[in-house]
Design a protein around this ligand. Structure first.
Ligand code: HEM
Length: 220
């Protein structure tokens, strides 16, 4: 199944973009009307951190979903989702630097050195920076194979992001454990023997459909 190009470009893409921006818009509105609860800084940190992690997992879900369904057009949303990861995690980081640490370099360095979950989160953000900077088509062309190698950094970023959440939670581990489970499934789906099973499964389904004169799924 492939939506027509015009629908993808002028309908689906703007809808996905608006949906990705919605958590920010709601947060901004909350800040404007003073509706961020008793601790607004904590609320902004939590919302931006959670959405950063959700978009990170969504970005990682694109390739396995494409391989399972044969919907190659899903790939077109990966860069947008990846840039939203950087957007939300950078807001999260800036909230901490600006509103929590009050731009004090000494406090920032001390917190990164002293609290392991901050060290882990900061490392994840640092690793995201080169990914965001090289996300343009021009950089993709210029770096060639090195681009793919560089962008494998998204896996350690996701592991560090989940670890950061697991580490900072004091009581209820359920939510970070759900994220950890989703990440584990997404990583296992990239395991080469499983990948080739998806591919061969879809290829034989497509041959069967063709031999019956039915519609075929496009291969990636
Ligand atoms: C890929 C990078 C990161 C991800 C995915 C991430 C994700 C998260 C998540 C999911 C939360 C918990 C939200 C909740 O309680 O509902 C959180 C909290 C937090 N994060 Fe991050 N984070 C990242 C990077 C960072 C960085 C760079 C810093 C600062 C250097 C940071 C500092 C914090 C702080 C201070 C909290 C709040 C802890 C608390 O409520 O006690 N994070 N983060």
């Amino acid at each position: 199944m492939r939506p027509p190009e015009n629908v993808l470009r002028f309908v689906v893409k703007p809808i996905v973009f608006a949906a990705c921006l919605l958590p920010f818009v709601l947060l901004f509105r909350g800040a404007l009307i003073g509706d961020l609860g008793a601790n607004p800084v904590e609320r902004v940190t939590d919302v931006t951190g959670e959405w950063g992690l959700r978009f990170l997992l969504l970005t990682l879900a694109v390739t396995p979903l494409r391989q399972l369904t044969g919907w190659t057009w899903l790939q077109r949303f990966r860069r947008m989702l990846g840039l939203f990861v950087f957007f939300y995690v950078s807001l999260h980081f800036l909230t901490w630097v600006w509103l929590d640490q009050e731009l004090s370099i000494a406090r920032i360095v001390e917190d990164i050195a002293k609290r392991p979950y901050v060290t882990v989160g900061f490392t994840a953000w640092l690793l995201l920076v080169p990914l965001a900077l090289t996300s343009t088509r021009g950089m993709m062309r210029r770096l060639g194979r090195r681009w793919q190698r560089l962008h494998r950094l998204v896996y350690p970023v996701a592991v560090l992001g989940v670890l950061h959440y697991l580490w900072l939670v004091k009581a209820d581990l359920l939510e970070p454990l759900v994220y950890a489970l989703v990440l584990a499934v997404l990583l296992v789906m990239r395991w080469p023997p499983l990948l080739s099973r998806f591919r061969s499964g879809r290829a034989s389904a497509s041959v069967t459909a063709r031999s019956r004169g039915g519609a075929t799924a496009p291969s990636p």
